[in-house]
Design a protein around this ligand. Structure first.
Ligand SMILES: Nc1nc2c(ncn2[C@@H]2O[C@H](COP(=O)(O)OP(=O)(O)O)[C@@H](O)[C@H]2O)c(=O)[nH]1
Ligand SMILES: [Mg+2]
Length: 199
């Protein structure tokens, strides 16, 4: 897949604000600061389609980006930022669960993890939700420029074990510094859905 065109469409909190045109969706979710915005910007070849926020954990919005005028990338609010209150955490959960609940257009969820860290309790909950709602998923680990190959290999095994990944769940690796892994992520998404025009 090559992304030639991308545009911000809407920020939503409640489901009545989501786009109503029935185009299919690929959603991105992960801990705050994991590199989600950087990943999406790299995939769409734009420096600032998604803002790289200086105050992590502040966005509680679902952002919809129309890709190649055909389908959506959906940027879900990041979770697990240490400084948010319990109340904010609950509101985050509400926003995400409302989206995950019965979203027919949603075809794949990209769960983003930092390759250096063991998945947190929040990551595990997120993965369980994805499975509970029966969505297909790929796991993308970011910031691989920060670790050696052997460390990365070890960490991927820890991630697989901690999340208790199913055998056919794939872990891909990515660095937004040098874009390593980008083509494989796009190709994998392409192979999982049938709404991306070929060629
Ligand atoms: N070295 C390195 N830094 C990264 C990478 N991805 C993101 N970052 C940095 O991590 C911080 C958080 O990135 P951002 O994309 O805003 O994360 P988000 O909160 O998940 O959207 C920023 O300072 C990024 O420059 C990566 O692959 N490698
Ligand atoms: Mg972000």
């Amino acid at each position: 897949m090559e992304i030639k065109q991308s545009e911000f469409v809407i920020s939503a909190v409640r489901s009545n604000q989501y786009p109503k045109d029935n185009r299919e969706e690929i959603a991105f979710v992960g801990r705050s600061n994991v590199g989600k915005s950087s990943l999406i910007n790299s995939l769409v070849n734009r420096k600032k389609l998604v803002k790289i926020s200086s105050t992590p954990g502040k966005t509680r919005l679902i952002n919809f980006f129309l890709i190649n005028k055909g389908f959506y990338f959906v940027d879900l609010p990041g979770y697990g930022y240490a400084k948010v209150s319990k109340k904010e955490m609950e509101s985050w959960g509400g926003v995400i669960e409302e989206y995950l609940h019965d979203r027919k257009q949603l075809k794949v969820i990209v769960l983003i993890l930092d390759c250096r860290h063991k998945p947190t309790a929040d990551d595990i909950i997120m993965y369980k939700w994805i499975k509970h709602y029966n969505y297909r998923t790929i796991i993308v680990t970011t910031k691989i420029d920060k670790v050696s190959k052997s460390k990365l290999y070890n960490n991927l095994k820890i991630i697989r074990d901690t999340l208790k990944l199913e055998e056919d769940d794939r872990i891909l690796t990515f660095s937004s510094l040098n874009k390593q892994g980008k083509e494989e992520i796009l190709d994998t998404l392409d192979s999982m859905v049938n709404f991306i025009p070929k060629g």
